[in-house]
Design a protein around this ligand. Structure first.
Ligand code: ZN
Length: 473
């Protein structure tokens, strides 16, 4: 038998096998093309690699015409699809969107589509109309192929998705309101966040374990930072009296900060606006900014005080939390010889004869987050009652945001949103957006209330200090 005869025999078998079912399901065109493909020489055959390239081109031509950003092939998603496709039942594409969202937790939106054809070339054409409907938010795509009906048919599963960038304060500063991906430092839950840059400071909270894992704030240039990065190593040149005790040195610096920082509403706040608006427009100042402006609100003066104290070797943390019923507030805690002092940087005048031990003056102060130059400290349990200990590892979990955030994602198991389905017979599709239960919660982190504790008068023995006004950031 010559090769042409073999080809014809195979073609006839193919046509017989496809038969009535093919006509019923609209595969007739596909069979015709398959027949044509069988007639061509093996070298000119339409390969699966060619199919993939053409499919990506098809989508990107449509997106170019619609002026939406190009899609890129995600090799991680392709590898995942190649691995999983054998186990996937494409008769329920809503289930498939769930599988993709569980397996690829970085994807915020997912849309899947499947089709079958005897001809690879014709299979590509089946996605034509779908390519015109791809959502503009989508960023990546991946496709997997598998044989069906003992190799007589090709089945393709196409996944489009919006793959998210890792959250960093820098990415938020430059973003156009896009969602970000993050992994909880505590429970490793992968999740998303949608943050508003209008809110100038926020604590990020895991949607699963409900613990805070980062606190960020905007500086006066509008750039977000982790709050510990506001402590930049400020060290004014100051002269201290000889033989001062550590407590006396603390009072010297405290008095200097107090004298150099008038409590004020944040410059970003307009008069007459309500409390929440003020918090939202509040930007945070570096120590040298506060000193040169000679004013700041409670977190600005706390940063000024803590940064200087740290530069002098003090153990100090800035606390963000609540003061009584007055709402958000910031203060400093300093540890000297196992004694913890609670230092108000705003309203009160330091009195060295009456050192403010945290155990004595701290009853109305409830910290929610602490930070120093290197780390933030969040409560070990969100429901733990406050016992007044600012340093215990039983109470506070230490997080270094730069080191602890942005690690590899771990597979998520979470519900997805309600998918949509098209009525098309030759093409099955479904789509879903991440459920709100996978969104990080945010709370206002910006303190606002001054305190009205009266700790005494201006110190008399703490006058021997002088300082440079030159910023040394
Ligand atoms: Zn968590």
């Amino acid at each position: 038998m010559n090769s042409r005869l073999i080809t014809w025999s195979v073609a006839s078998a193919v046509i017989l096998a496809g038969g009535i079912a093919a006509m019923k399901e609209g595969w007739l065109d596909g069979w015709k093309m398959r027949l044509g493909e069988l007639m061509t020489s093996p070298g000119a055959q339409y390969s699966s690699a060619r199919f993939r390239v053409d499919l990506v081109d098809q989508f990107n031509y449509s997106r170019l015409a619609a002026k939406t950003p190009m899609l890129r092939v995600d090799p991680e998603m392709e590898a995942w699809l190649d691995r999983e496709f054998a186990k996937i039942d494409t008769s329920d594409l809503n289930k498939v969107t769930e599988l993709v969202q569980e397996g690829m937790p970085r994807y915020y939106r997912v849309s899947v589509c499947s089709a079958s054809s005897p001809s690879l070339r014709e299979l590509g054409q089946r996605f034509h109309e779908y390519s015109h409907r791809s959502q503009p938010e989508m960023t990546h795509m991946a496709v997997a192929l598998r044989p069906r009906a003992s190799g007589l048919m090709h089945e393709a599963l196409l996944v489009l998705g919006q793959r998210l960038r890792d959250f960093t304060p820098e990415a938020l500063s430059k973003s156009a309101d896009e969602p970000f991906f993050s992994t909880c430092v505590h429970c490793k839950q992968p999740h998303f966040m949608k943050l508003s840059r209008a809110q100038r400071s926020m604590a990020l909270e895991c949607p699963k374990c409900r613990r805070k894992y980062a606190v960020i704030a905007a500086d006066s240039a509008g750039n977000f930072r982790y709050v510990n990065e506001f402590l930049t190593g400020y060290a004014p040149s100051a002269v201290f009296a000889k033989n001062q005790s550590r407590v006396q040195q603390l009072f010297t610096i405290w008095a200097a900060v107090h004298a150099n920082c008038r409590y004020t509403n944040d410059p970003g706040a307009k008069s007459g606006t309500n409390f929440a608006k003020k918090e939202q427009t509040d930007c945070w100042q570096f120590a040298d900014e506060t000193q040169s402006l000679q004013r700041g609100d409670c977190e600005d003066s706390s940063i000024f005080l803590a940064d200087w104290l740290m530069s002098r070797g003090f153990q100090v943390r800035v606390a963000l939390g609540r003061y009584g019923d007055l709402g958000g507030h910031a203060w400093c805690v300093v540890k000297i010889d196992d004694k913890e002092y609670l230092i108000e940087s705003t309203e009160n005048r330091p009195d060295p004869t009456d050192p403010p031990l945290a155990s004595r003056v701290g009853s109305r102060y409830v910290p929610e987050v602490l930070f120093d130059r290197f780390a933030i400290y969040v409560p070990t349990s969100p429901h733990r009652a406050w016992k007044g200990d600012y340093w215990s590892a039983n109470t506070w979990t230490r997080i270094e945001p730069r080191a602890d955030l942005g690690g590899d994602p771990i597979l998520a198991r979470a519900p997805v949103g309600s998918p949509a389905k098209s009525g098309s017979k030759s093409l099955l599709e479904a789509a879903a957006t991440a459920d709100v239960t996978r969104l990080a919660r945010t709370t206002f982190a910006s303190p606002a209330a001054p305190t009205f504790l009266n700790l005494g008068s201006i110190p008399t023995d703490a006058k021997v200090w002088s300082q440079s006004l030159a910023p040394t950031r």
